[in-house]
Design a protein around this ligand. Structure first.
Ligand code: GTP
Length: 613
């Protein structure tokens, strides 16, 4: 329940407890066994038994060092409540704000904020009050604790009443009924609804809801609420121009009001009495009642109550003919009226300002969220663009890789074809055509450098018999091994090629005729001395060699070929397994007879014994 009284036509839920600001006794107490439960009990006793509340609060302060941080915050909330209850709203606001902002307890924070709403209204900090009301209204769905929700709704309703937003005030008051905290009845929300509608044309002294509310509060054992409703009823009689009825009703309810001693009710009763008496033309009585009301009040404070009091006083004095008093009261009335209207305007302006701020904030939020949406879109587009670029780069890389791989394969196949076109498929050495081309180039180079070279033709003897006797595969193996034997005798600068079948050509670069003969003979001997074959079959074979040298024949390839061929023909003709060198026109051939050479085994004849002449 809101503990802070609003004066005159006001929410009375704070009720007569304003007069109960009694400092509790300092009875010695024992340690509190369950501080959390004790705090809850103290909280409950705030308005139901304020003296007990004060005693418990004092006890809690003595036990404060033993309280947990959460319990300390609860105690600070109760202290703040008590500060506001005593009327120091400014100090209470500071304490409540600390609880709301730093306790870390959502329920306690909501309750503290709800209390702040009223204090801010009393101290005329309307803008702050309405801004806080907006925040609490927005946060309402998150407030689950029934008591906190109850307090927030009640105080929101009162804030809206302060801004003269009665529809909203009524809405919040009705929402209270939806979920009452334990121990609460419909009395307080119903009374609040009636006070909000106090001057509504639909609410007459005979309205059933009026009487229902009174019955509800009576049944709930809430006499102060009943009095509030009675006073609103008196006001309804006055509005209905039934002053006698109002006066009679006041006479009936005033003893109860006096016994409760709630000053706001006593003030209201006195004002209504003054108004009723004035309406009945009982001017002296009206003046007395108005002065009684004024005595309950600070006469200089700007308030609706004082305005009404001074209005009755100046009108009564006017009718009584006291000009000086009339003028004096009228001046005060005018001052109060202006002050009251100023206050009403200030509240309306503050409410509008807060709404404007909220609207501006909302527009700004919308603008920012639109901007964010555009930014997000832009980012998405940028991300897509990056993705697309990556895709392009990937495609490009793939393209480059495929081109590179294609080029590599092309080059490799070109090289393979080139190699195939230049080399003999069986032995891997130059083929005839390439050997001739390369030999022509080398001879030209030799000629330029005036260096000599020897051209050697080697032909295996009776090779056909190898094929015929041992098969073509054996023949191939012999050809390959012959090539390997020759290569061992050659230098890197020499050219080696297969001229066809079992015939090979060698161009010995930078080589004299004598040295050429020597190399040719070494090759012949090596061929003859090396067993050849494959698998389990091994044979030996001899070779005939013809040699032509640039020393004798010059550097013309055609002539060298012809003369080497002739020399080979001579070697074959003179018994094979020998080297024959072409010796020029006079003495056509020089023949070298080697040491006894190999004979062709495995069925070959032994005719080819070498001679070296
Ligand atoms: N295994 C094999 N045999 C080949 C290849 N090229 C040619 N020949 C054979 O080589 C043989 C050459 O025989 P001929 O020209 O009669 O000469 P030859 O038997 O060596 O007799 P001479 O030269 O007079 O001593 C033929 O039987 C060809 O078939 C080859 O690449 N592999």
């Amino acid at each position: 329940m809101p503990p802070l009284p609003i004066r005159y036509r006001s929410w009375p839920a704070c009720v007569g407890l304003a007069i109960c600001v009694i400092v509790g006794t300092t009875r010695a107490s024992t340690a509190i066994p369950d501080p959390a439960a004790f705090l809850a009990q103290t909280d409950n006793a705030r308005t139901s038994d304020h003296p007990r509340f004060m005693r418990m609060l004092a006890q809690l302060h003595r036990e404060a060092p033993r309280l947990s941080p959460a319990e300390q915050w609860h105690l600070r909330y109760l202290d703040a409540w008590q500060t506001g209850y005593q009327g120091d709203y400014t100090k209470a606001d500071v304490q409540l704000r600390a609880v709301a902002e730093h306790s870390g307890d959502a329920t306690l924070a909501a309750r503290a904020s709800a209390m702040r709403l009223l204090g801010l209204g009393f101290t005329r900090r309307y803008e702050e009050a309405f801004a806080l009301a907006e925040r609490l209204a927005t946060d309402l769905p998150n407030i689950k604790d029934p008591l906190a929700r109850f307090q927030v709704l009640i105080n929101l309703s009162q804030s809206m009443l302060l801004a003269d937003k009665r529809d909203l005030a009524l809405k919040y008051a009705r929402m209270v009924e939806g979920k009452l905290p334990p121990g609460e009845t419909l009395c307080s929300p119903r009374t609040l609804q009636i006070t909000i509608r106090y001057d509504s044309p639909q609410l007459t002294s005979s309205s059933p809801e009026f009487h229902q509310a009174i019955e509800t509060c009576r049944a709930a054992g809430q006499p102060v609420y009943v009095e509030t409703l009675h006073l609103v009823m008196v006001e309804a009689y006055l509005r209905e121009k039934r002053p006698s009825k109002a006066l009679a009703f006041l006479d009936r309810i005033e003893p109860g009001i006096k016994s409760n001693g709630f000053y706001a009710h006593m003030e209201s009763a006195a004002i209504f009495r003054a108004k009723a008496l004035f309406a009945l033309g009982r001017l002296a009585g009206a003046r007395t009642a108005a002065l009684t009301a004024l005595s309950l009040n600070n006469p200089n404070e700007i308030s609706e109550a004082n305005r009404d009091i001074y209005e009755v006083l100046y009108k009564a004095e006017k009718k009584l003919g006291d000009t000086a008093a009339t003028l004096s009261y009228f001046e005060r009335y005018a001052l109060q009226d202006k002050g009251y209207l100023d206050d009403v305007s200030a509240r309306a302006l503050a409410y509008q300002t807060v709404q404007q701020h909220l609207l501006t904030g909302k527009l700004e939020t919308e603008r920012l969220s639109k901007q964010n949406a555009v930014l997000r879109l832009q980012q998405a587009l940028d991300a897509k663009a990056v993705e697309t670029s990556r895709l392009y780069i990937l495609l490009l890389l793939l393209l480059v890789a495929s081109i590179a791989s294609w080029l590599y394969r092309l080059k490799r196949s070109q090289l393979r074809f080139k190699r195939l076109s230049h080399h003999d498929g069986l032995t891997g050495i130059f083929n005839h055509q390439h050997f001739i081309g390369e030999a022509a180039r080398l001879l030209q180079a030799m000629k330029k450098k005036t260096e000599h070279a020897c051209l050697i033709f080697i032909d295996l003897d009776y090779f056909k018999q190898v094929n015929d006797t041992h098969g073509h595969a054996m023949g191939d193996a012999v050809l390959k091994q012959t090539v390997a034997i020759c290569q061992q005798e050659l230098r890197p600068a020499d050219l080696f090629g297969r001229l066809g079948g079992e015939e090979f050509g060698i161009l010995l670069a930078g080589c004299s005729r004598h040295l050429g003969m020597d190399i040719a003979n070494r090759i012949r001997v090596a061929i003859g001395a090396t067993p050849m074959g494959h698998d389990d079959c091994v044979i030996t074979i001899s070779a005939s060699v013809g040699l032509a040298s640039t020393e004798v024949s010059g550097h013309d390839l055609q002539r060298l070929c012809m003369e080497a061929d002739m020399a080979l023909y001579r070697a074959k003709g003179s018994g094979r397994n020998r080297v024959v060198a072409h010796a020029g026109t006079g003495d056509l051939f020089n023949e070298s007879t080697p040491a006894p050479g190999p004979s062709l085994h495995s069925g070959a004849t032994s005719r080819g014994v070498a001679e070296f002449e």
